[in-house]
Ligand binder design. Sequence first.
Ligand code: PGA
Length: 251
Amino acid sequence: MAAPRRVLIVGNWKMNGSRQSKQELEAMVKGLNPAFSSVADIMVCPPAILLAELAGGAVSPIRFGGQDCHHNASGAHTGDISAEMLKESGADSVILGHSERRADHGEGDAIVHAKVKAAWRAGLLPIVCVGETLEQRDADEAAAVVARQVRQSIPEGATGENLVVAYEPIWAIGTGRTPTPEDVAQVHASIRHVLNERFGEEGEKIRILYGGSVKPENAKTLLAVANVDGALVGGASLKAEDFLGIAHAAL
Ligand code: PGA
């Protein structure tokens, strides 16, 4: 039997936080159950400008990620940040293709695909986000839309070590609404199917996170769903108490 996939809890701070957030981060480190690291991984993705300061502190069980990167390593791309720059600032990982990037910056699967390769080039673990709109869910297209995004956003060569997928139904992000565990199970199963089909044994090892209104109150239920290997947490990752409540649901 294949080894179980290690749970991963990721906090996506989005465009929130300041240099003061170091205190919140310290509270997270202090409050984290010492047993956590033996069973699961925990990561925070702050705005890139805070990465170096937050990641540069004492050795901590919390790892760091960026929220996006450019697909080139350097060059004339005003306002952009490369995967190499994130890596140099202390990131191990990067969120790619988040629905807010797809909506605010017109990012499609092709650009996400190029960014995944950039993350690999820099030695970062890409967390590729996929998810359907409410109209697509109502039209019964969720699984198909998500399967297509997984096929088109992820390049050849993905393994359990170098890729994480996050399923985030767009209508569940920041709304307090979540799909039923049955709906989550269905979409995660269809993602797993595509991963297995494309990457064989490695597909089985790739972690699939659920994201969208994860809270301390619903974390245990969501993490218990088949093929849910962790959570991508927005709003509830900003406060140590909430984020720890979610992380500890993995124990
Ligand atoms: P939320 O955001 O937890 O605030 O719904 C999740 C995300 O967008 O990653």
